[in-house]
Ligand binder design. Structure first.
Ligand code: AMP
Length: 185
């Protein structure tokens, strides 16, 4: 099973990806985590990445795509994967489609986790991440609406989008996802 999780920052993608990863025994690939790891290692690329991340901007496509493609080529992805935080714009979606076509491993389902704005703000306020200042949060939401939200349409037109009500406890949301996936399995 190859899945993409879409949703605004704070929609609960990371939490759901972790839970689904355990359920299906497939890796959870978070580009945010991969980029943060690169930053922690203090490499030259890591320094370039931190300039974007600390402003709430998207990291440039060439850097993000290279890191993602390397990860997808690791052996554990052969049984499937859950993408959390990638793609973030249409260019990345086209890149992913081409890369996975080359690997003969197309995406099966895209889950859009939908939550009301008020819930998003509450959830982000409860996290404790370095790039979660009120200013960067506002900026990330703006970037999301402008460049990431069009992906919902993109995958809807491809016929693989499922909309999930993300308001509720993590357990409730996971249950909804599993029930929805079972309907098409
Ligand atoms: P996340 O952990 O998904 O909230 O991502 C944290 C930060 O990493 C984002 O605000 C971006 O700066 C960067 N990032 C994560 N995924 C991507 C991506 N697919 N493209 C560009 N930047 C990304």
């Amino acid at each position: 099973m190859r899945l993409i999780l879409l949703g605004t920052p704070g929609a609960g993608k990371g939490e759901q990806a972790t839970r689904l990863s355990k359920n299906f025994r497939i890796p959870h690939i978070s580009t945010g985590d991969l980029l943060r790891r690169e930053m922690e290692e203090g490499t030259e690329v890591g320094r370039r990445i931190s300039e974007f991340v600390n402003q709430g901007e998207l990291v440039s496509d060439d850097i993000t795509q290279a890191i993602l493609e390397n990860r997808l080529r690791e052996a554990d992805c052969r049984s499937g994967f859950i993408l959390d935080g990638f793609p973030r714009n249409l260019n990345q979606a086209d890149f992913l489609r081409a890369a996975l076509a080359r690997m003969q491993a197309p995406v099966d389902v895209v889950l859009n986790i939908e939550v009301p704005d008020s819930t998003v703000i509450d959830r982000l306020a409860m996290r404790n991440r370095r790039d979660d200042t009120p200013e960067t949060i506002r900026h990330r939401l703006k970037v999301y609406r402008k460049v990431t939200a069009p992906l919902v349409d993109y995958y809807d037109r491809a016929g693989i989008l499922k909309r999930i009500d993300g308001d509720g406890s993590p357990e409730e949301v996971t249950k909804r996802i599993l029930a929805n996936l079972a309907r098409t399995a």
